[in-house]
Design a protein around this ligand. Structure first.
Ligand code: ADP
Ligand code: GLC
Length: 475
């Protein structure tokens, strides 16, 4: 079977969050059994030289609304299944979706062009493809185009990584992208409150839909989590299933991670401590005997940053150190910058820094992840693999991957252990942190639990198998 896996970001070429991690690691796992091509835009920010991305010598044109657009195809020299599409409107930017002023105003055109190009590329390269696996709103139009414009026989599988981002645009996009009004501008098509909604089109036109955890698959069919698409999802529930994400156990491996000060595994936890001591020193934080709590993530409401900001004036008096790394919406970037130098035990870095994120996971005793909702979440799995215990809100994929240590009698080989809190408010968040202190005080128990977490198989092995089955069985 030949699969084409399309994503707007893929690690290590371009990454804004977990989608890129998944778009790297899932195809990697699938490649053990099937041929998998990946395709993404060759943004200007991608380092062609470092990643050995070369021109394939194949170009094609596509005319939309009387404008001819040129596309050039590239691949990775030493892995020719990693494909890239270059078009100046799609790729000639300093960011993927936005800059510091906000979303790019032509994202509908950009990702519309990408979706056409994905299908046109198959012809240009004479590829034989059985399944299109598309991801989130940026590639959702592939489903609509495959079914209503090209009438393709291939199956289209859509993975929903986050319902909060849907690609909603003015209906003038119908003409701009030469979409068929009659066939598509309807309730069970792309129409959404008299606008167009790319993700809705993906849901309606794909043959099967997955989301990234079983709990989130249920949650999104309710008004609270459905972000306005709960009814659409309910009517498509026969083709919706939850498959929990894995992580790349090669990339996220404390034994080999080159970003760490010192490599270690569950048998050499004293070597993990060196990472903590060095990082505290780097940020002028005192006493490595105190517990270290870290936060890594996008600064957006989803990640519970309001709760985090609210808790800082209280956390500053705790006998612990805190390091926060993140970047996101301008409002939150500003708020974190405002308090950046206010507390001696809380270090805040506003920015995106892959290397520092790894150093944080390795140094941390606890990871804070107070998400308001979380489709799956990878941070908690990465943290567990690096021997940092996750403190998570009980929602979506966090609920499915982390059990509260006080709720279990025996350790299950497939389940991670951490601290969970149900009600999303300051009281229960601080209560969870309080539980962390008492656990940290019991060294033997704490050590046993993090060693357990470090031994869990968070790889893609079993979930990739479920995707393979779906590719075969989807109708
Ligand atoms: P989401 O996709 O919602 O952002 P996930 O938990 O699925 O959340 O994945 C987040 C990924 O992005 C993880 O690999 C995490 O380490 C990384 N990450 C998030 N923010 C940053 C940052 N500011 N610097 C470095 N890595 C980050
Ligand atoms: C999204 C979600 C996150 C998930 C990631 C990868 O960005 O917010 O929970 O882990 O996609 O699927």
């Amino acid at each position: 079977m030949n699969i084409l896996f399309a994503s707007s970001e893929i690690f290590p070429y371009a990454k804004s969050g977990g989608l890129a991690d998944v778009a790297y690691a899932l195809p990697q796992a699938l490649r053990e059994k099937e041929t998998v091509y990946t395709v993404m835009p060759l943004y200007d920010i991608v380092n062609r030289k470092k990643h050995k991305i070369v021109d394939m010598g194949i170009s094609f044109w596509y005319t939309l609304n009387h404008v001819a657009h040129q596309f050039d195809l590239f691949y990775k020299e030493d892995c020719k299944e990693d494909l890239f599409i270059y078009n100046p409107i799609l790729c000639g930017r300093t960011g993927l979706y936005h800059d510091r002023y906000g979303e790019f105003g032509d994202n509908a055109l950009r990702f519309g062009l990408f979706s056409y190009a994905i299908i046109e590329m198959i012809n240009a390269m004479k590829l034989s493809i059985d399944v299109f696996h598309i991801n989130d709103w940026q590639t959702s139009l592939v489903a609509l185009l495959a079914k209503t414009h090209y009438h393709l026989p291939q199956k289209v599988i859509l993975t929903l990584h986050n319902l909060a981002y849907q690609g909603i645009f003015d209906k003038s996009v119908m003409n701009e992208l030469a979409l068929n009004w009659e066939a598509c501008f309807k309730y069970n098509g792309i129409e959404y409150f008299d606008s167009v909604n790319f993700l809705k089109a993906g849901i309606n036109y794909s043959d099967a839909i997955t989301t990234v955890s079983a709990s989130y698959a249920q949650e999104i069919q309710t008004p609270l989590f459905g972000c306005g698409l709960d009814e659409t999802l309910k009517s498509n529930s026969h083709k919706l299933m939850g498959i929990v994400n894995g992580i790349s156990t090669e990339v996220f491996n404390p034994k080999t991670d080159e970003y760490l000060y010192n490599n270690y595994d569950q048998e050499s936890l004293k070597d993990k401590k060196i990472n903590k001591t060095k990082l505290l020193k780097l940020f002028n934080l005192q006493e490595s005997s105190k517990a270290l709590f870290v936060f890594v993530g996008r600064f957006t409401h989803q990640k519970g940053v309001d709760l985090l900001l609210e808790s800082l004036p209280i956390l500053k008096d705790f006998d612990a150190n805190f390091i926060i790394l993140g970047e996101g919406e301008p409002y939150y970037n500003e708020r974190f910058k405002q308090v950046q130098h206010q507390y001696s035990s809380i270090h805040i870095e506003v920015g995106y820094n892959e290397e520092l994120s790894r150093k944080l996971y390795a140094a941390a005793d606890f990871l804070l992840m107070p998400s308001t909702f979380e489709p799956c979440g990878l941070n908690q799995m990465i943290a567990m693999r690096y021997g940092a215990m996750p403190i998570v809100s009980k929602t979506g994929g966090l609920k499915d991957t982390v059990l509260d240590f006080t709720d279990i009698n025996t350790l299950e080989s497939s389940k991670g252990v951490g601290i969970t809190f149900e009600e999303h408010n300051l009281f229960w968040f601080l209560h969870a942190i309080g539980k962390a202190f008492s656990l940290y005080g019991n060294n033997t128990k704490y050590k046993r639990l993090i060693q357990h977490n470090m031994s869990i198989d968070f790889s893609w092995k079993s979930s990739a198998q479920l995707y393979l089955q779906l590719y075969k069985e989807a109708k």
